[in-house]
Design a protein around this ligand. Structure first.
Ligand SMILES: [Zn+2]
Ligand SMILES: [Zn+2]
Length: 294
Protein backbone atom coordinates (compact mmCIF):
# COMPACT_ATOMS: atom_id res chain seq x y z
CA UNK A 1 0.00 0.00 0.00
CA UNK A 2 1.34 3.46 -0.92
CA UNK A 3 1.92 5.50 2.26
CA UNK A 4 -0.16 8.65 2.62
CA UNK A 5 1.67 11.93 1.97
CA UNK A 6 2.91 13.79 5.04
CA UNK A 7 0.03 16.08 6.17
CA UNK A 8 2.48 18.77 7.33
CA UNK A 9 4.73 19.22 4.29
CA UNK A 10 2.87 17.22 1.58
CA UNK A 11 6.12 15.29 1.08
CA UNK A 12 8.11 18.40 0.11
CA UNK A 13 10.31 17.70 3.13
CA UNK A 14 10.32 21.31 4.37
CA UNK A 15 8.01 23.97 5.76
CA UNK A 16 8.39 27.74 5.45
CA UNK A 17 7.27 30.55 7.76
CA UNK A 18 7.54 34.38 7.79
CA UNK A 19 10.35 34.42 10.39
CA UNK A 20 11.33 37.38 12.57
CA UNK A 21 12.65 39.45 9.65
CA UNK A 22 13.29 37.16 6.72
CA UNK A 23 11.50 34.04 5.51
CA UNK A 24 12.61 30.86 7.25
CA UNK A 25 12.43 27.18 6.31
CA UNK A 26 12.71 24.09 8.51
CA UNK A 27 13.10 20.40 7.67
CA UNK A 28 9.80 18.60 8.28
CA UNK A 29 9.54 16.42 11.36
CA UNK A 30 8.59 13.32 9.33
CA UNK A 31 12.17 13.09 8.02
CA UNK A 32 13.53 12.92 11.55
CA UNK A 33 11.84 9.53 11.82
CA UNK A 34 13.91 7.88 9.06
CA UNK A 35 14.66 4.32 10.33
CA UNK A 36 18.03 4.19 8.50
CA UNK A 37 19.65 7.36 9.88
CA UNK A 38 17.28 8.27 12.74
CA UNK A 39 17.23 11.87 11.63
CA UNK A 40 21.01 12.35 11.42
CA UNK A 41 21.14 12.27 7.60
CA UNK A 42 24.05 9.78 7.66
CA UNK A 43 24.03 6.00 7.81
CA UNK A 44 26.75 3.47 8.55
CA UNK A 45 27.46 1.07 5.67
CA UNK A 46 29.70 -2.01 5.90
CA UNK A 47 32.14 -2.57 2.99
CA UNK A 48 33.00 -6.09 1.69
CA UNK A 49 36.35 -5.83 3.54
CA UNK A 50 34.51 -5.32 6.81
CA UNK A 51 35.15 -1.61 7.14
CA UNK A 52 32.38 0.68 8.34
CA UNK A 53 31.72 3.82 6.30
CA UNK A 54 29.57 6.80 7.17
CA UNK A 55 27.69 8.03 4.10
CA UNK A 56 24.69 10.26 3.32
CA UNK A 57 21.42 8.41 3.93
CA UNK A 58 19.24 7.63 0.91
CA UNK A 59 16.37 9.59 2.54
CA UNK A 60 18.12 12.75 1.28
CA UNK A 61 17.99 14.56 4.63
CA UNK A 62 21.55 15.88 4.34
CA UNK A 63 20.98 17.46 0.91
CA UNK A 64 17.63 18.85 2.06
CA UNK A 65 19.20 20.40 5.16
CA UNK A 66 21.68 22.18 2.88
CA UNK A 67 18.88 23.54 0.67
CA UNK A 68 16.96 24.72 3.74
CA UNK A 69 20.12 26.48 4.92
CA UNK A 70 20.46 28.22 1.51
CA UNK A 71 16.85 29.42 1.78
CA UNK A 72 17.50 30.83 5.26
CA UNK A 73 20.60 32.65 4.01
CA UNK A 74 18.82 34.18 0.99
CA UNK A 75 17.09 36.91 3.07
CA UNK A 76 13.73 36.62 1.31
CA UNK A 77 11.16 39.02 2.85
CA UNK A 78 9.07 37.12 5.44
CA UNK A 79 5.76 38.16 3.94
CA UNK A 80 6.60 36.25 0.76
CA UNK A 81 7.68 32.96 2.36
CA UNK A 82 5.07 30.90 0.51
CA UNK A 83 4.94 32.65 -2.86
CA UNK A 84 4.93 30.31 -5.84
CA UNK A 85 5.13 31.08 -9.57
CA UNK A 86 2.23 28.69 -10.25
CA UNK A 87 0.05 30.61 -7.78
CA UNK A 88 0.72 34.02 -9.33
CA UNK A 89 -2.69 35.38 -10.31
CA UNK A 90 -2.72 37.15 -13.67
CA UNK A 91 -5.23 39.80 -14.60
CA UNK A 92 -3.49 41.25 -17.65
CA UNK A 93 -1.69 39.89 -20.70
CA UNK A 94 1.65 41.34 -19.53
CA UNK A 95 1.30 39.41 -16.25
CA UNK A 96 0.58 36.20 -18.19
CA UNK A 97 3.61 36.73 -20.46
CA UNK A 98 5.87 37.43 -17.46
CA UNK A 99 4.60 34.42 -15.51
CA UNK A 100 5.27 32.18 -18.54
CA UNK A 101 8.78 33.60 -18.79
CA UNK A 102 9.39 32.88 -15.10
CA UNK A 103 8.08 29.34 -15.55
CA UNK A 104 10.62 28.83 -18.32
CA UNK A 105 13.41 30.18 -16.08
CA UNK A 106 12.22 27.85 -13.28
CA UNK A 107 12.31 24.85 -15.60
CA UNK A 108 15.66 25.47 -17.30
CA UNK A 109 17.75 27.76 -15.08
CA UNK A 110 21.45 27.13 -14.59
CA UNK A 111 23.74 29.52 -12.71
CA UNK A 112 25.18 31.93 -15.28
CA UNK A 113 21.94 32.01 -17.33
CA UNK A 114 20.51 35.40 -18.24
CA UNK A 115 18.51 37.07 -15.45
CA UNK A 116 15.28 39.04 -15.69
CA UNK A 117 14.29 42.63 -14.97
CA UNK A 118 10.75 43.46 -13.91
CA UNK A 119 9.40 46.97 -14.46
CA UNK A 120 6.04 48.08 -13.13
CA UNK A 121 4.12 50.16 -10.63
CA UNK A 122 3.64 48.96 -7.01
CA UNK A 123 1.42 45.93 -6.42
CA UNK A 124 1.59 44.36 -9.90
CA UNK A 125 3.43 41.25 -8.64
CA UNK A 126 7.14 41.91 -9.16
CA UNK A 127 8.17 40.85 -5.66
CA UNK A 128 5.86 37.81 -5.73
CA UNK A 129 7.54 36.46 -8.89
CA UNK A 130 11.10 37.21 -7.75
CA UNK A 131 10.68 35.74 -4.24
CA UNK A 132 8.93 32.67 -5.69
CA UNK A 133 11.90 32.11 -8.00
CA UNK A 134 14.37 32.65 -5.14
CA UNK A 135 12.48 30.11 -3.00
CA UNK A 136 12.43 27.55 -5.78
CA UNK A 137 16.11 28.04 -6.66
CA UNK A 138 17.24 27.48 -3.07
CA UNK A 139 14.80 24.85 -1.78
CA UNK A 140 14.35 22.78 -4.95
CA UNK A 141 17.56 23.31 -6.89
CA UNK A 142 20.06 24.01 -4.11
CA UNK A 143 21.36 27.17 -5.84
CA UNK A 144 22.81 29.93 -3.66
CA UNK A 145 20.76 33.13 -3.96
CA UNK A 146 20.95 36.51 -2.26
CA UNK A 147 17.74 38.55 -2.26
CA UNK A 148 17.96 42.23 -1.29
CA UNK A 149 15.83 45.32 -1.18
CA UNK A 150 18.02 48.03 -2.74
CA UNK A 151 17.71 50.53 0.14
CA UNK A 152 18.42 47.83 2.75
CA UNK A 153 21.37 46.57 0.73
CA UNK A 154 22.89 50.05 0.51
CA UNK A 155 22.38 50.56 4.28
CA UNK A 156 23.94 47.16 5.02
CA UNK A 157 27.00 47.84 2.85
CA UNK A 158 27.42 51.30 4.37
CA UNK A 159 27.28 49.80 7.88
CA UNK A 160 29.95 47.28 6.83
CA UNK A 161 32.32 50.06 5.70
CA UNK A 162 31.51 52.15 8.81
CA UNK A 163 32.56 49.19 10.96
CA UNK A 164 35.95 49.28 9.27
CA UNK A 165 35.57 46.17 7.10
CA UNK A 166 37.42 46.07 3.78
CA UNK A 167 35.88 45.94 0.31
CA UNK A 168 36.31 42.17 -0.08
CA UNK A 169 34.44 41.55 3.18
CA UNK A 170 31.66 44.03 2.44
CA UNK A 171 31.06 43.57 -1.30
CA UNK A 172 32.24 39.95 -1.65
CA UNK A 173 28.96 38.27 -0.63
CA UNK A 174 26.87 40.23 -3.16
CA UNK A 175 29.37 40.33 -6.00
CA UNK A 176 30.22 36.63 -5.87
CA UNK A 177 26.88 34.95 -5.05
CA UNK A 178 25.72 32.83 -8.04
CA UNK A 179 22.30 34.56 -8.16
CA UNK A 180 21.64 38.11 -6.96
CA UNK A 181 18.11 39.53 -6.89
CA UNK A 182 17.65 43.24 -6.18
CA UNK A 183 14.17 44.57 -5.47
CA UNK A 184 13.25 48.27 -5.72
CA UNK A 185 16.40 48.97 -7.73
CA UNK A 186 17.15 52.70 -7.96
CA UNK A 187 15.15 53.62 -4.86
CA UNK A 188 17.02 55.78 -2.36
CA UNK A 189 18.80 59.08 -2.37
CA UNK A 190 20.75 58.33 -5.52
CA UNK A 191 23.96 59.77 -4.02
CA UNK A 192 27.35 59.48 -5.72
CA UNK A 193 28.37 56.91 -3.11
CA UNK A 194 25.32 54.74 -3.81
CA UNK A 195 25.96 54.95 -7.55
CA UNK A 196 29.60 53.99 -7.05
CA UNK A 197 28.68 50.94 -4.98
CA UNK A 198 26.06 49.65 -7.40
CA UNK A 199 28.48 50.28 -10.29
CA UNK A 200 31.07 48.16 -8.51
CA UNK A 201 28.63 45.29 -7.84
CA UNK A 202 27.09 45.19 -11.32
CA UNK A 203 30.43 45.59 -13.16
CA UNK A 204 31.99 42.69 -11.28
CA UNK A 205 28.96 40.47 -11.79
CA UNK A 206 28.84 41.38 -15.48
CA UNK A 207 32.53 40.51 -15.96
CA UNK A 208 32.12 37.22 -14.08
CA UNK A 209 28.98 36.24 -16.02
CA UNK A 210 26.86 35.85 -12.87
CA UNK A 211 23.05 35.76 -12.99
CA UNK A 212 21.38 38.94 -11.79
CA UNK A 213 17.68 39.76 -11.43
CA UNK A 214 16.04 43.01 -10.44
CA UNK A 215 12.67 44.72 -10.05
CA UNK A 216 11.95 48.44 -10.10
CA UNK A 217 9.11 50.96 -10.03
CA UNK A 218 11.06 53.28 -12.35
CA UNK A 219 10.74 53.53 -16.12
CA UNK A 220 13.64 51.86 -17.88
CA UNK A 221 14.51 55.08 -19.70
CA UNK A 222 12.80 58.33 -20.54
CA UNK A 223 10.40 58.10 -23.46
CA UNK A 224 11.89 58.72 -26.89
CA UNK A 225 12.55 62.39 -27.59
CA UNK A 226 11.26 63.44 -24.16
CA UNK A 227 14.42 64.07 -22.12
CA UNK A 228 15.16 67.53 -20.90
CA UNK A 229 12.54 69.48 -22.77
CA UNK A 230 10.21 71.20 -20.39
CA UNK A 231 9.61 70.47 -16.68
CA UNK A 232 7.39 67.42 -17.23
CA UNK A 233 9.87 65.57 -19.44
CA UNK A 234 12.75 66.53 -17.14
CA UNK A 235 10.85 64.89 -14.25
CA UNK A 236 10.23 61.79 -16.38
CA UNK A 237 13.90 61.63 -17.26
CA UNK A 238 14.94 61.88 -13.61
CA UNK A 239 12.55 59.06 -12.73
CA UNK A 240 14.03 56.65 -15.27
CA UNK A 241 16.33 53.86 -14.17
CA UNK A 242 18.95 55.05 -16.62
CA UNK A 243 19.12 58.44 -14.88
CA UNK A 244 19.02 56.92 -11.36
CA UNK A 245 21.87 54.47 -11.97
CA UNK A 246 23.91 56.20 -14.65
CA UNK A 247 24.40 54.97 -18.24
CA UNK A 248 27.28 52.57 -17.43
CA UNK A 249 25.42 50.36 -14.93
CA UNK A 250 22.19 50.70 -16.87
CA UNK A 251 23.78 49.51 -20.10
CA UNK A 252 25.26 46.42 -18.40
CA UNK A 253 21.93 45.51 -16.83
CA UNK A 254 20.26 45.66 -20.25
CA UNK A 255 22.69 42.97 -21.42
CA UNK A 256 22.42 40.86 -18.25
CA UNK A 257 18.62 40.63 -18.05
CA UNK A 258 15.54 39.99 -20.17
CA UNK A 259 13.44 43.12 -19.68
CA UNK A 260 9.77 42.59 -18.84
CA UNK A 261 7.08 45.15 -18.09
CA UNK A 262 4.23 44.23 -15.77
CA UNK A 263 0.98 46.11 -15.91
CA UNK A 264 -2.12 45.58 -13.83
CA UNK A 265 -4.13 46.78 -10.86
CA UNK A 266 -2.42 47.15 -7.46
CA UNK A 267 -3.12 43.77 -5.83
CA UNK A 268 -2.51 45.25 -2.35
CA UNK A 269 -5.47 47.60 -2.68
CA UNK A 270 -8.80 45.80 -2.22
CA UNK A 271 -11.29 46.43 -5.01
CA UNK A 272 -14.01 48.84 -3.90
CA UNK A 273 -17.58 47.48 -4.04
CA UNK A 274 -19.31 48.80 -7.12
CA UNK A 275 -21.75 51.65 -6.39
CA UNK A 276 -25.34 50.60 -6.82
CA UNK A 277 -28.07 53.19 -7.03
CA UNK A 278 -30.98 52.55 -4.65
CA UNK A 279 -33.80 50.57 -6.23
CA UNK A 280 -36.59 52.67 -7.72
CA UNK A 281 -39.84 51.61 -6.13
CA UNK A 282 -43.00 52.73 -7.84
CA UNK A 283 -45.45 54.39 -5.46
CA UNK A 284 -48.57 52.27 -4.94
CA UNK A 285 -51.59 53.56 -6.75
CA UNK A 286 -53.83 55.92 -4.85
CA UNK A 287 -51.03 57.15 -2.57
CA UNK A 288 -50.81 60.92 -2.45
CA UNK A 289 -47.76 62.95 -1.74
CA UNK A 290 -48.04 64.64 1.67
CA UNK A 291 -47.15 68.31 1.45
CA UNK A 292 -46.36 69.97 4.79
CA UNK A 293 -48.62 72.84 5.67
CA UNK A 294 -47.59 76.35 6.50
ZN1 LIG B 1 6.53 16.16 6.28
ZN1 LIG C 1 17.68 8.81 6.55
Amino acid sequence: MTPLPCPRCHDEGFLTKPGARYAEAVVCRHLQACPCCEGTGREVVATPSGEQLLQPCSCGLLALARRVHLYNQAKIPGLFHCSKISEFRCQTSSQRVTRSHFERIRDAFEPGSKGAALFGSPGVGKTHLMTALAGWMTLTRGIEVRYADFSNLIAELKAGYDQGHGEVHVLGPVTEVPVLMIDELGKGRGSEWERGVIDSIISRRYNAGLSTFFATNYLNEAPEGAPRRGPASEAQYQESLRARLGPRVWSRLQAMCTLMELQGPDARVPALPKYQSPPVVAAPRGLQRVVPRG
